[in-house]
Every structure is written in structure tokens, then in C-alpha cells.
Design a protein around this ligand. Structure first.
Ligand SMILES: Nc1nc2c(ncn2[C@@H]2O[C@H](COP(=O)(O)OP(=O)(O)O)[C@@H](O)[C@H]2O)c(=O)[nH]1
Ligand SMILES: [Mg+2]
Length: 322
């Protein structure tokens, strides 16, 4: 939509969603979006790329930036995840720092603090998972908030809510809308700046996190080999898309586990992720999955680039001219 064609009272705001792993960043975004767009699992560090999710409330466009959890690490792969997270504040009008009430709140903020310069701009503190606390309203949150300001002086206010049940989320939405400035919408009704191809890999990866144990999901990545979209084309079949994707694993023994006995595991991963992809594209999907051994893919610059994780400022590895 052309800027001059937009309603003169349009407003917009960009909000980054930050925090250590597993505090409910992706859950909050899904709750606000009213759909399971970004992947949520019980395991920490499921989100690997930052991306925009777009929600429109009346005339206000809210761009939410989902980010990987911030954590201390020396590994190249994790450094790139942290870079994705810290870049989430670039251009954001408000940064939300989510902290899980079931864990040490100040320790979580200290962990976040390591990754940012002092002046990070307007920031709000969001206490999450209130549903897991009896009498959450009796917690001395105002006092904790004062201590939190000692860590991030730019914190302006706080909220306490449950991304899972939605309790009090409306207070946050209201505050975000109040903060929005007059200006054109950037995305005309789109739900994300990432395409369906990206979400297809996310939904396959989500099932590896759901179904596989121990270190395996963390040592797994998904790349698309072929993505054909038939929806705009005249075809005789009802098929909406044909997708071939590879699940990369680190070691041959993991390949056997991902395939499962007589292919049962890969079949289950395929069936479950296909259903989610079908719901997204609104039609039948043909999904072909392969499992490939790619030793140490998480140290391989080419694979990391393919996964949308460019070099971080702190990267140990550099591209060398031949
Ligand atoms: N009980 C409860 N669980 C939550 C809440 N928010 C998130 N979770 C769970 O915490 C886990 C991590 O959530 P996720 O959104 O993936 O966290 P992220 O790593 O910060 O993006 C998942 O199992 C969620 O279902 C909440 O408000 N209440
Ligand atoms: Mg997440």
C-alpha cells in the first residue's frame, strides 16, 4: 500500500521482545498474534533467528521482534544467536525485557545486561508466568522493579502477566498502543517479514524439539532443498505446495535416531509439521523429509549463513581470502 493512500490517523510502533531463554518471549508474541506463528517448546533456546511479527490494533500497527534467548557462551553458533537477539533492539521504540517469575529475576536481568551497552533506549520490564505463582498480586514487584532499575536504568515501568493464559496481557497491549507514534504502516496486512519457506523450516524444527530427546534437537538444523508453491498456478491437483527439506544432524548415530525404527520418527516429524504447514498455506502440502549427516554444521559458516545467522561482531571465525 502506498504511504499516501494510508489512513491519516495510522500509527505504528516497533517493540523488541528480549530475555534469557525460556521466559515466554515466543509465547507472548503468539498470544498477541492470536496464532501459533513462532515456535514454542518446553526446551530452552528453540528460537534461533530474530524476525518481525505484525499485529494491527485499530489504526495501530505493532511490529513485534521475536529474538533468541540471551545467554553467556563462547561457541560460534551461540554467539550468532546472541547477535540476532541484541540486533532486535535496533530500530525498536520500546524494548520489553521478559523475566520468568519462577526463577531469580535479577539474575536473569544481569545475564541480559552483559550483552548491551548502557543506553538501550526506552525499556519496560515484564514479569511472566504469573499463572504459576499463588497470589501473584501479593509479590513485592514494585520493590523488585526498583532493584531492576539498578541494572537497567532505562527501565520505565513494569507489567506482570502470563503469556500462556493471557492474564493482564491487555494492559501491555494498551500501553504499547499509547506509545505508538503517528506514521504509516510498514506491512500492509502481512503477519511477518519472514516468508512461508522460513516458517516451514521452523515448524519442522519445532517437531524435532518436541519429539527428540537430549542434545539431538540442539544438534539439528533444517534447510529447504526445494519449495514449489502452486497456489497461484493453474494445476490439476489440489496441492498448494511441494516441499523437500533436509534435517541436518551432527553425527551418523543421530541420523539413525531421527529416522527411527522403520522410519517411524521421521514419519511422525513429517506428519506433524506438514499439518502445521498446511494450516499456514491453507491447502494440501506434499512434504519430503531427508536426514543428512553434516558434521559440525554449527561451526560451518556456509550452513550458518543458509540458516539466516550471519557472522556476529564477537565471532571467533573470520572469512579468509583464499
Ligand atoms: N505456565 C506458564 N508457562 C509458560 C508461560 N509462558 C511461557 N510458558 C512456557 O515456557 C516455555 C518456554 O516458552 P517460550 O515462549 O518458548 O520461551 P522463549 O524461549 O522465551 O521464547 C514453554 O513451555 C511455554 O509453554 C506462562 O505464562 N505460564
Ligand atoms: Mg522463543
Amino acid at each position: 500500500m502506498l504511504v499516501e493512500d494510508q489512513h491519516p490517523l495510522n500509527k505504528s510502533i516497533m517493540v523488541s521482545v528480549l530475555g534469557v531463554p525460556n521466559v515466554g518471549k515466543s509465547s507472548l508474541i503468539n498470544y498477541l498474534m492470536g496464532m501459533n506463528l513462532t515456535v514454542v517448546t518446553t526446551k530452552p533456546q528453540t528460537t534461533r533467528n530474530k524476525f518481525h511479527c505484525i499485529l494491527t490494533v485499530d489504526r495501530t500497527e505493532i511490529v513485534l521482534v521475536d529474538t533468541p534467548g540471551l545467554h553467556t557462551t563462547n561457541q560460534e553458533f551461540n554467539k550468532r544467536l546472541n547477535q540476532q537477539a541484541t540486533e532486535g533492539i535496533v530500530g525498536a521504540d520500546v524494548n520489553l525485557f521478559l523475566v520468568d517469575l519462577k526463577r531469580n529475576v535479577l539474575a536473569q536481568l544481569e545475564e541480559c545486561k552483559r550483552h548491551f551497552e548502557d543506553d538501550i533506549g526506552k525499556s519496560w520490564l515484564v514479569f511472566t508466568k504469573t499463572d504459576l505463582i499463588d497470589n501473584a498480586e501479593e509479590l513485592p514487584l514494585a520493590e523488585v522493579f526498583e532493584l531492576a532499575k539498578g541494572i537497567f536504568p532505562s527501565l520505565e515501568r513494569y507489567f506482570s502477566l502470563s503469556p500462556k493464559t493471557g492474564d493482564n496481557v491487555h494492559l501491555l497491549t494498551g500501553a504499547i498502543c499509547d506509545e505508538a507514534k503517528d506514521g504509516p504502516h510498514l506491512y500492509g496486512g502481512e503477519v511477518s517479514n519472514k516468508n512461508e519457506r522460513f516458517f516451514a523450516t521452523e515448524y519442522i524444527r519445532e517437531q524435532t524439539f518436541e519429539l527428540l530427546k537430549d542434545e539431538i534437537p540442539y544438534e539439528t538444523a533444517v534447510v529447504i532443498d526445494e519449495y514449489k508453491d502452486f497456489r497461484e498456478k493453474e494445476t490439476k491437483t489440489k496441492l498448494a505446495s511441494h516441499i523437500s527439506a533436509s534435517i541436518l544432524v551432527n553425527r551418523p548415530s543421530q541420523r539413525a535416531i531421527v529416522i527411527g525404527s522403520k522410519g517411524s520418527m521421521i514419519k511422525e516429524i513429517g506428519t506433524r509439521s506438514r499439518k502445521k504447514i498446511e494450516a499456514m498455506v491453507g491447502g494440501q502440502v506434499h512434504l519430503n523429509l531427508h536426514v543428512k549427516v553434516s558434521p559440525k554444521w554449527f561451526k560451518n559458516n556456509f550452513v550458518l549463513e543458509e540458516l539466516g545467522l550471519p557472522r556476529a561482531q564477537t565471532s571467533n571465525r573470520v572469512w579468509r581470502a583464499k
